[in-house]
Write a protein that binds this ligand. Structure first.
Ligand SMILES: C[S@@+](CC[C@H](N)C(=O)[O-])C[C@H]1O[C@@H](n2cnc3c(N)ncnc32)[C@H](O)[C@@H]1O
Length: 201
């Protein structure tokens, strides 16, 4: 994997947190495949795949590809290059396809174009690692956690992105589900910057 090339992709996964994702994906895919909520352009999916491929395991990655609240027109992370004028909405499928096509590790990635809640209701494959990086509203983050926590195998990992202890630094929804997971018997394995890895006991 060419990590400098990967770091240049459009996305929301800095190199040091991506390296942590890779390490945890390798560690916990010994138990089962990884699943990500929030593909965007596939940047974090590629870090995960780099880790799971060492154990011949897949990364499933879910996104409706219509962007989160902050990606919409006039919001903080709006990007005109991912706005499809014909559809009159954000569409990150072309970005994901172009990014994944640049790396051979993408053969381990299975994109699922759908709402995470819909897939949860039919999902039966036990997971070695679940990575939550979808919508950061309180309702969405909580439903991702509530809908998916039971799919993680015992001793498997729950990874959550964008944890900010201080509300002035960032939204609190990921932090809320992190605290809930600790109360519900997950234990902290490691924290790298804003990304936590918990273990299901
Ligand atoms: C912060 S971005 C993910 C960033 C990505 N992990 C990366 O490394 O670049 C969040 C993504 O979650 C997706 N999303 C938001 N709500 C969703 C839902 N309910 N189901 C599926 N995807 C959702 C958005 O479309 C958006 O692409």
């Amino acid at each position: 994997m060419d990590f400098d090339k990967l770091d240049k992709l459009k996305g929301f996964m800095p190199k040091h947190e991506g390296a942590a994702l890779l390490k945890w994906a390798q560690e916990f895919s010994l138990l089962g495949p990884a699943l990500e909520i929030g593909t965007f352009g596939g940047k974090s999916s590629l870090y995960l795949a780099c880790g799971t491929s060492k154990n011949n395991q897949l990364v499933f990655t879910i996104d409706h590809h219509q962007g989160s609240e902050e990606h919409q027109a006039d919001e903080e992370y709006f990007d005109p290059t991912i706005f499809d004028k014909k559809l009159n909405r954000v569409n990150t499928i072309p970005l994901m396809q172009s990014n994944l096509n640049k790396f051979k590790e993408s053969k381990w990635i299975i994109p699922i174009i759908a709402d995470s809640n819909k897939i949860a209701s039919v999902w039966t494959i036990p997971l070695g690692l679940l990575f939550i990086d979808g919508s950061h509203t309180e309702v969405s983050a909580k439903s991702d956690y509530d809908n998916w926590k039971s799919k993680i195998l015992k001793d498997g990992a729950l990874v959550i992105h964008d944890i900010y202890e201080n509300p002035n630094e960032g939204g609190q929804a990921p932090h809320l589900i992190y605290k809930q997971a600790l109360l519900e018997g997950f234990s902290l394995h490691e924290k790298i910057d804003t990304t936590v890895c918990l273990i299901k006991n």
